[in-house]
Design a binder for this molecule. Structure first.
Ligand SMILES: *Cc1c(COP(=O)(O)O)cnc(C)c1O
Length: 494
């Protein structure tokens, strides 16, 4: 039997995995979400000997069950190859009092590569399966990392175009240059005068605009999404939680069956939701600790069951988490309400109109899996310094938010469960913040900081930022947030 993926907003809107990947977002505005979970035999005696690719085969095979094993094999071996600068793909590093799961060894040195290196293969395979003749237009809003990782995956992939919108003043210099220097005839990068929420809201609007869909269809085009709203992003992210657990067993840090916590620096709630799905298929997880920066809407939600986006948007040193409308939380809400699409649709409408909603009553067992906390800018910088002083290891600011929240969590709860920190970016992506935090000196330029980071960390400059300073800038378009659709129509010649 094939797994059913249903829209979170309409119980009649159901598709298979490959259809969900092709569509990206449901046209009713909801997100395709599994209604039941596949049975996966998590035998850690076997899992601990498996490569990342073998674990991926097991998990993807279970969740993406209308792909053949051969199709998945091909996608996996093309995705997780020498693009990654570590053959373990997601190495687990033991530090003083925590384990850091390094998810930044792919081509853009952020965790988005974990899923975006495979999504183009899943999508083109799904297109072939369904005999799709249309060209797929990937429309993406990015808070800094998704855009580059999606383009790295989709650049010059036949049958696709990719358009990326990013907040002009909301990303780091390295992030911006990574995007504006992107090559590939099918790539288009647009800066907007606005923040990430503006970008994401307008992208969602375009997905739900029937008139625009008809115009696309007329030109044999159709949208899909590389954002974590696409289930093809979430499922590959389940893999590394299982892999990390297996490595802990292999290294003798835990015995199979022992509970482990994961702390996840969270923005759009995609990464932590993948951990939630890992728990649903039987991974022994104790707490999922949701870590936020000063945009702490999720911390408040887990304390009060009220989601209230009516607050000022803060630009922080962990820009990929500068989000007030956390898209994937909708999937958790749906599950907390016992997979009730009508009620979820009601709450999402309230969010759009009133800027808030309250979920009551919720499935307390599921809700209780989560703990939440947030870190100030100062705490984040202090945490980078603390970890460096203890372990000579430099965390990027997103990872440091998680690690700071974890420190506060243990101080509050005395929970001694072994804990893995999802380390979502290389410090080389945020060199100025990392170097300032460690040295206490300010005024570094991006490129001087890259040099200094090598001296401090003893880790060589990753390929992803090598040569960035001199690479030609190919994308210079800037538009107002309300002109995003006009720009899409212009670019596609609609
Ligand atoms: C995207 C991103 C996050 C947030 O992940 P979500 O899945 O959106 O919650 C955290 N850290 C980094 C470095 C990211 O790129």
């Amino acid at each position: 039997m094939t797994l059913v993926y249903q829209s979170t907003r309409d119980e009649k809107n159901t598709v298979t995995a490959s259809q969900a990947i092709l569509q990206g977002l449901a046209t009713d505005g909801g997100l395709f979400t599994p209604l039941t979970y596949p049975k996966v035999a998590l035998d850690f005696d076997r899992l601990k000997e498996m490569s990342y690719q073998e674990v991926a085969k097991l998990i993807l095979g279970a969740f993406l069950d209308d792909f053949t094993p051969e199709e998945l094999d091909r996608c996996i071996s093309k995705a997780y190859d020498s693009k990654f600068d570590d053959e373990r793909i997601a190495p687990l590093v033991k530090l003083d009092g925590q384990y850091n799961l390094e998810l930044f060894h792919g081509s853009t040195i952020a965790f988005k590569d974990m899923a975006l290196s495979i999504l183009p293969y899943l999508m083109t395979t799904a297109a072939k399966k369904h005999g799709l003749e249309n060209k797929i237009v990937i429309l993406t809003a990015t808070s800094g990392d998704t855009g580059k990782a999606a383009m790295a995956g989709f650049a010059d992939v036949p049958g696709t175009e990719i358009i990326v919108f990013y907040p002009k003043d909301g990303v780091s210099k390295v992030q911006e240059l990574q995007m504006t220097t992107q090559t590939g005839e099918n790539t288009h990068v647009v800066a907007i005068d606005g923040n990430f929420d503006d970008a994401q809201t307008n992208v969602k609007k375009m997905f739900n605009d029937e008139c625009l869909r008809a115009k696309l269809e007329h030109k044999q085009l159709q949208f899909s999404s590389a954002n974590s709203m696409n289930i093809g992003r979430l499922v590959p992210q389940i893999v590394y939680y299982v892999y990390a657990y297996a490595q802990l067993v292999k290294d003798g840090e835990i015995v199979a069956g022992e509970l482990v916590n994961f702390t996840v620096p969270t923005g759009n709630f995609g990464n932590i939701l993948a951990a939630f799905y890992a728990k649903q298929i039987g991974l022994p997880i104790g707490k999922l600790i949701c870590a936020s920066n000063e945009n702490n809407v999720l911390t408040d939600f887990f304390q009060t069951k009220v989601y209230d986006k009516k607050r000022s948007f803060k630009v922080t040193t962990s820009p990929s988490m500068d989000i007030l409308v956390s898209s994937n939380l909708e999937r958790l809400i749906f599950h907390l309400l016992g997979n009730d699409a009508a009620k979820t649709a009601e709450l999402m409408a309230a969010l759009a109109v009133d800027g808030q909603y309250e979920v009551q009553p919720v499935d307390e067992a599921l809700f209780g899996l989560f703990a939440a906390g947030w870190a100030t800018e100062e705490e984040t910088a202090q945490e980078i310094k603390r970890v460096y002083d203890h372990s000579r290891y430099i965390e990027d600011p997103h990872t440091a938010v998680a690690s700071s929240v974890y420190q506060k969590y243990i101080a509050d709860t005395k929970d001694a469960t072994k804990t893995v920190i999802a380390s979502t970016a290389s410090p080389y992506k945020f060199p100025v913040v990392a170097v300032e935090a460690v040295t206490g000196e300010t005024g570094w330029s991006d490129f001087a900081a890259l040099e200094q980071l090598q001296n401090l960390s003893g880790v060589g400059l990753p390929q992803a930022v090598n040569g960035l300073e001199t690479a030609p800038v190919r994308h210079r378009t800037v538009v107002a947030a309300e002109d995003m659709q006009a720009e899409v129509e212009r670019y596609l010649g609609l």
